[in-house]
Design a protein around this ligand. Structure first.
Ligand code: PHE
Length: 349
């Protein structure tokens, strides 16, 4: 009987069910306890009365307690008839996306060097994305960054036209307009280009930009910083080399290559048998960029001379997060990052 009371009590989810339960057990005329008492207790032989009476009172107490207890919730397994012998649903905890993980890793390397993080908008103006970075209007260098323009901008002056930022470099400008040197920042973020998707390209991808501006910053500082960063990311054995390159906003500019981490520099398919893998662009901040920043700062302080290139120098670099994550993990198709395929993502748990 005690087991019966227990099962019934666990299934009491409504006040009506509770009242029915009460009547069933405690009803004055037809309640089970009344019947038990009439049929058994009163007619029991004298020596059995005491133990029976004790059990009877325990049962009554159990019923009264069940009536005072709060109603069970409808999700109680007993109510829903859930088969508790079936294996439970496995809920795997979420994990950081592999791209975010790599982005965080890169950012951490620079945080340890005293850099802080800055962010900027993905919808940019032509001024920040191009003009202030020394890409004049209609300059052919703009063709190197296939730009996604926002519609209906032609009535605006060209510097105010909106576009999806093609790189994180506009945040260099935003930072320098807003604050004075020394500047040491990294800028992680999403960028957009009008590129057809293939195994190594995606119209939306991620970059981490770096900017270091102060007195006496030299190309050696740039080389030392990036050499350290590449060793921190790919292992202390990797070598770096700097190749002449061009960006409108840095002079001189360089592409940084690391010794191939797949073959150790001997030459393999991954490095096209060159022994080197190209990883990022960098260079010394072009004086034309400081000039654009100064012009902007003079709108609020006409005497501003904070970024006088006679006194102030700096370096900048930018790297693609997808490319670095693909090399780190030996991934051959960029599309895996965006597919949401659990079989791919689970490997990074
Ligand atoms: N913004 C450049 C690009 O997206 C990379 C870069 C950043 C180069 C900073 C030099 C300095 O291609």
């Amino acid at each position: 009987l005690a087991a019966e009371v227990r099962t019934e009590a666990a299934a009491l989810t409504t006040p009506d069910a509770q009242e029915a339960f009460r009547l069933h057990w405690l009803g004055r005329k037809q309640g089970r306890l009344k019947l038990i008492s009439d049929a058994w207790l009163k007619s029991a032989p004298a020596e059995a009365r005491k133990p029976l009476g004790i059990r009877f009172n325990q049962l009554k107490q159990q019923i009264e307690q069940a009536l005072e207890a709060p109603l069970a919730t409808a999700s109680t397994a007993a109510v829903q008839g859930i088969d508790v012998t079936l294996p439970g649903a496995i809920r795997t905890p979420g994990i950081p996306h592999p791209l975010l993980k790599t982005m965080q890793e890169i950012v951490q390397v620079f945080h340890h060097l005293g850099y802080s993080t800055n962010l900027g908008p993905q919808v940019e103006t032509d001024f920040y994305n191009f003009e202030a970075l020394n890409f004049p209007p209609n300059h052919p260098a703009r063709d190197t960054q296939d730009t996604l323009q926002i519609a209906h901008q032609s009535s605006k002056p060209s510097r105010d036209r909106l576009l999806m930022r093609t790189h994180t470099s506009p945040v260099q400008i935003r930072t320098m307009v807003a604050q004075a040197p020394p500047i040491r920042i990294v800028i992680p973020g999403k960028v957009h280009r009008n590129d057809a998707a293939d195994a190594t390209h995606s119209p939306i991808f991620h970059q981490v930009e770096g900017l270091c501006v102060d007195t006496n910053i030299t190309f050696s500082d740039l080389k030392g910083t990036l050499d350290h960063a590449m060793k921190a990311l790919f292992g202390s054995d990797v070598k770096t080399r700097f190749f002449p390159s061009f960006f409108p906003f840095t002079e001189p500019s360089a592409d940084v290559q690391i010794s191939c981490i797949f073959c150790g520099g001997k030459g393999c398919r991954k490095c096209k048998h060159s022994g080197w893998i190209e990883l990022l662009g960098c260079g010394m901040v072009d004086p034309a960029v400081f000039a654009a920043v100064t012009e902007e700062r003079r709108k609020t302080n006409p005497a501003d001379d904070t970024y006088n290139p006679e006194r102030i120098t700096g370096f900048a670099f930018g790297m693609g997060v997808e490319r670095i994550a693909m090399i780190q993990h030996g991934i051959s198709d960029i599309g895996h990052f965006y597919s949401g395929d659990m079989r791919f993502l689970e490997q990074f748990a």
